[in-house]
Design a protein around this ligand. Structure first.
Ligand code: NDP
Length: 325
């Protein structure tokens, strides 16, 4: 079957990205054929489409890490007509990905569309939103309590951050949103942030430990912001670190860990086992306010890729962007 797909051709040093018409028979692996209705655009998609970081490890490759769609050729636990999603699992890295009207995927990485969500909503949530959910699960699993605890969310107006703000605020946490874009304050307060701080407002002044300000952190930025977030984390608090939008480095000391018992918890979304994914997605379907999801999301057309990826990396977007195929 012929399909339009966004493909990267070349090698790790130099590659081009273009829409092509290909045949699903050329798909390297996969036993479930899915007609994709929607896909999402994530930070990693931006990096892959622009070549700004070495995301792609196998060429040629179909880009895109998230999809929602309908099964047209069944295998495994799926039957024709089932609504499904796929997120991560090496898509757009080592495995042909989501930016194609038709895709073929191994049944083992396909999961049912959670009850209560449309394909468009699932793509709007996407890897960014599902990663936000994994971070929130890390915080609540550590014992943080709504109504009592303050949580800092960095990179708050981006994809992961905006969903994290929405989920945490709706659960009843006191959400402190950190954003470099003062003009997004209204947006973040509408999502439920109790406080909105500029990036400079959490500087610990180079000290390894400073006054305790939050019990938990969802960090997408890394670098100095993560170091400052650790330095001001409360006794027995937890930092869920999932991103590097501000840099991959981390300069800290052992003191917050050995004197305050602070936990630094890494969060990955790509290789999470299926059972935990399904829990995360079921919780998103139940707890993410659909009105807030609509407020932080926009759906654009397939042809707008890869310009959307560039705009995302340049900080010209807020919240989540999905594309309809
Ligand atoms: P977005 O681009 O949507 O959001 C990132 C936000 O970070 C921006 O909106 C901005 O927020 C802030 N930011 C950007 N650049 C800087 C900077 N130089 N210094 C400080 N803050 C900055 O990306 P996503 O939300 O989709 O992804 C965020 C991060 O999480 C990325 O690094 C991504 O790779 C990672 N990620 C990791 C996953 C995992 O499995 N571990 C899964 C998904 C994402 P503001 O303007 O409000 O300050």
């Amino acid at each position: 079957m012929k399909t339009k797909a966004l493909i990267a051709r070349g090698d790790a040093k130099s590659y081009g990205v273009a829409f092509e018409t290909i045949d699903t028979a050329d798909w390297p692996e996969g036993d479930v054929t899915i007609r994709v209705s929607h896909s999402g655009v994530n930070y990693k998609d931006g990096l892959a489409m622009t070549g700004r970081a070495p995301i792609i490890r196998s060429f040629p490759i179909v880009l895109g890490i998230d999809l929602a769609g309908e099964v047209v050729e069944a295998a495994g636990r799926f039957k024709t007509g089932d609504k499904v999603i796929v997120n991560g699992w090496g898509l757009s890295e080592t495995r042909w990905g989501a930016y194609s009207e038709l895709v073929r995927m191994p049944a083992s990485i396909v999961q049912p569309l959670p009850v209560g969500l449309t394909g468009e909503q699932a793509a709007q949530i996407g890897t960014a939103g599902y990663t936000a959910m994994l971070c929130v699960m890390a915080l609540t699993g550590h014992g943080l309590q709504p109504g009592r605890d303050a949580v800092l969310v960095t990179g708050a107006s981006g994809g992961v951050g905006s969903v994290a703000v929405s989920l945490l605020a709706r659960a009843g946490f006191h959400v402190i949103a950190l954003s470099g874009r003062a003009e997004q304050e209204g947006f973040l307060r509408d999502l439920g942030a109790a406080e909105v701080l500029g990036r400079d407002a959490i500087s610990a002044g180079g000290r390894p430990m400073a006054k305790e300000r939050w019990a938990g952190v969802v960090d997408v930025v890394g670098g100095q912001v993560l170091a400052d977030a650790i330095a001001q984390c409360r006794y027995d608090g937890i930092i869920a670190a999932c991103g590097m939008a501000g840099g991959g480095g981390l300069q800290s000391t052992v003191y917050p860990f050995i004197l305050r018992g602070v936990t630094l918890r890494g969060v990955d979304s790509v290789n999470v086992p299926m059972a935990r994914r399904e829990t995360a997605w079921e919780t998103l379907a139940r707890d993410l306010d659909p009105a807030l999801l609509a407020a932080l999301s926009v759906t654009r057309s397939f042809g707008d890729l890869p310009q959307i990826g560039l705009d995302l990396l340049e900080g010209r977007l807020k919240g989540r962007v999905a594309v309809a195929l």
